[in-house]
Design a protein. Structure first.
Length: 231
C-alpha cells in the first residue's frame, strides 16, 4: 500500500494503537507495516518498539526507512533484553502525550505488557485501542479456548480491554492462503467467545490478491522482519 491508497478505517480509528499477543505471533511485522502505511498515506506517525524479550525481530533494524518517511521511532534499549527488571525509554511518555501523532506501540508478549502496564492510566486517557494479534499456527493460541485465555490474561496484565483482533496467521515463508483462511476461522470463533470484533486479516501482498472475499478487510503487508540467517 502507498499514499495513493485509502487508509483502512480500522487503522485510523484511534490516535494510539497498542499491539499485544502471544510471543511469536508477528506483532512487529504488523506494527512496522501499520506505521509505514500511515506515513505513506501522509499521516504524521510514530512507532515504538517495546519488545523487551524477542532478540530476532527488531523494528529498529528498519530505522533508515523510518527516517526516510519521517516516522518518529522510539525503541527499548538493547541492554533491556538481558535485564532482570526491564524499563521503557523516557521518550515513550512524550510520545503518548503528543496529540499530533498517530502512534503504534509494538508490545512484546507478557513481559512487555507487564512493563507497559505502568502506563495504563496515560494510555486509557488517550484516544487509544489495544489490538490482539492472533496467529493460528502458534500452538499456544491455536484453539479458541487458548486464544481467549491469552486475551483475558493480557487484559488483566495491562488493566485495559482488547478492542479488536487481527488475524496474522502465517508460517513465515511457507505461508499459504489456506493458513490465512484457517486463521480467519479461528479469529471468528474467538470473536464469538469474547465479544471482541475481528478488525482485519493480514496477508503478504501476493497472497492477499489470491484470497477469497472475507467478512473483514484484508491488510496487504510486505515482509520487512527477517531472521538473522535469512539476511
Amino acid at each position: 500500500m502507498d499514499g495513493r491508497d485509502a487508509l483502512p478505517a480500522w487503522l485510523t480509528a484511534r490516535r494510539l494503537t497498542a499491539l499485544v499477543g502471544h510471543s511469536g505471533t508477528g506483532k512487529t511485522e504488523v506494527a512496522v507495516n501499520m506505521a509505514l502505511t500511515l506515513a505513506r498515506g501522509g499521516v504524521k506517525t510514530a512507532l515504538a518498539d517495546l519488545d523487551v524479550v524477542n532478540p530476532y525481530f527488531r523494528s529498529r533494524e528498519r530505522q533508515d526507512l523510518f527516517r526516510e518517511l519521517g516516522i518518529r521511532f522510539v525503541s527499548s534499549a538493547q541492554a533491556m533484553v538481558d535485564a532482570d527488571v526491564p524499563s521503557l525509554p523516557a521518550e515513550l511518555n512524550a510520545l503518548l502525550q503528543d496529540g499530533s501523532l498517530r502512534s503504534i506501540l509494538d508490545i512484546g508478549g507478557d513481559s512487555g505488557a507487564r512493563v507497559l502496564g505502568r502506563y495504563r492510566r496515560q494510555i486509557a486517557g488517550q484516544d487509544s485501542q489495544m489490538l490482539f494479534v492472533l496467529n493460528a499456527r502458534r500452538p499456544q493460541v491455536s484453539t479458541p479456548e487458548a486464544a481467549e485465555w491469552n486475551v483475558r490474561r493480557i487484559e488483566d496484565i495491562m488493566g485495559l480491554p482488547v478492542a479488536g483482533i487481527i488475524n496474522n496467521t502465517h508460517l513465515c515463508g511457507e505461508t499459504t492462503a489456506e493458513d490465512i483462511l484457517l486463521g480467519a476461522s479461528l479469529a471468528e470463533e474467538v470473536s464469538r467467545k469474547t465479544g471482541i470484533p475481528v478488525v482485519c486479516h493480514t496477508a503478504e501482498r501476493s497472497l492477499a490478491e489470491r484470497l477469497p472475499a472475507l467478512a473483514e478487510p484484508v491488510f496487504p503487508i510486505e515482509i520487512y522482519m527477517k531472521k538473522p540467517w535469512e539476511k
